[in-house]
Design a protein around this ligand. Structure first.
Ligand SMILES: C[S@@+](CC[C@H](N)C(=O)[O-])C[C@H]1O[C@@H](n2cnc3c(N)ncnc32)[C@H](O)[C@@H]1O
Length: 249
């Protein structure tokens, strides 16, 4: 379990000093006038009870993969207790890499992002959880910095917003890195690249889990030969697909 938790209700009746009230008013002003997402104002976001430092260099953690990671991808992962090597593609703040390290305590975790800025934030989060020995951060394009490395489990929350949706995003999303959101005309550029390469980086019996937002129909039309599994996902039906290495070939 995480060793840090959200503020307890016992602080709610506390009175603010004038300087604190002024600071709070400033924060509320930025939230309302600049439409700045609250996590960037407070410098933290919570995912499944875990705290992560965030700022505008990373997308705010909200992945539908998080609960599945903490449930060890059961019943789809054949032997969760034997997972020794895990990859988190498109790691951003490092939130999913850290959850993977917590959920699979015997595994080493590689985490990749194209953004050097994001990796600085991720490094801070990895250090906060004391996971520097088990979570290695790599800068580069998807699998490129990993050579021929092979994994029991590959997780990815790549950019997946299509061009029309990017153009219509509310102001809050424009504070997030553009690299974290859009992925070509149909939102599937990064996912296509992952599907091309993943089997080469999975051990036999290995599992690929990818979040794709609302792109199920487009994905199934683009890859009619693949037998995707669409697990029940809390609050995000059809947003995550699973494929075993054998299904990818
Ligand atoms: C949707 S965010 C996910 C971040 C994090 N995993 C999470 O769940 O909050 C996508 C991330 O992919 C990174 N990214 C975009 N294109 C990439 C690429 N070709 N290779 C590696 N990372 C990429 C972005 O910098 C961004 O941090």
């Amino acid at each position: 379990m995480p060793d840090c938790c959200p503020p307890k209700p016992s602080v709610w009746p506390a009175r603010l000093l004038p300087a604190e009230a002024e600071r709070l008013a400033g924060i509320l002003h930025r939230r309302i006038e600049e439409r700045m997402p609250a996590p960037y104002l407070t410098g933290e976001a919570w995912l499944q009870g875990y705290r992560f430092r965030v700022d505008e260099r990373v997308i705010v953690p909200r992945s539908f993969l998080a609960p599945m990671i903490l449930e060890h991808f059961q019943p789809w992962l054949a032997a969760p207790g034997e997972v020794r090597s895990v990859l988190d593609l498109c790691t951003g703040s490092g939130c999913l890499a850290i959850l993977l390290a917590e959920a699979f305590p015997h595994a080493s975790v590689d985490a990749v992002d194209l953004s050097a800025d994001a990796l600085e934030v991720a490094a801070g989060n990895v250090a906060d959880y004391g996971l520097e020995e088990r979570v290695r951060l790599h800068r580069g394009d998807l699998f490129v910095p990993l050579g021929n490395a092979t994994y029991d489990l590959i997780v990815a929350n790549p950019p997946y917003v299509n061009a029309a949706s990017v153009a219509a995003l509310p102001p809050e999303f424009r504070h997030e890195p553009a690299l974290a959101l859009g992925s070509g005309e149909d939102g599937l550029d990064a996912t296509r690249a992952i599907l091309r390469e993943a089997s080469r980086h999975l051990y036999p019996g290995g599992l690929l889990a990818v979040e794709i937002g609302h792109n199920r129909a487009a994905l199934e039309a683009a890859f009619p030969e693949l037998d995707f599994t669409w697990p029940q996902v809390e609050g995000g039906e059809d947003t995550v697909f699973l494929l075993t290495r054998e299904q990818l070939r």
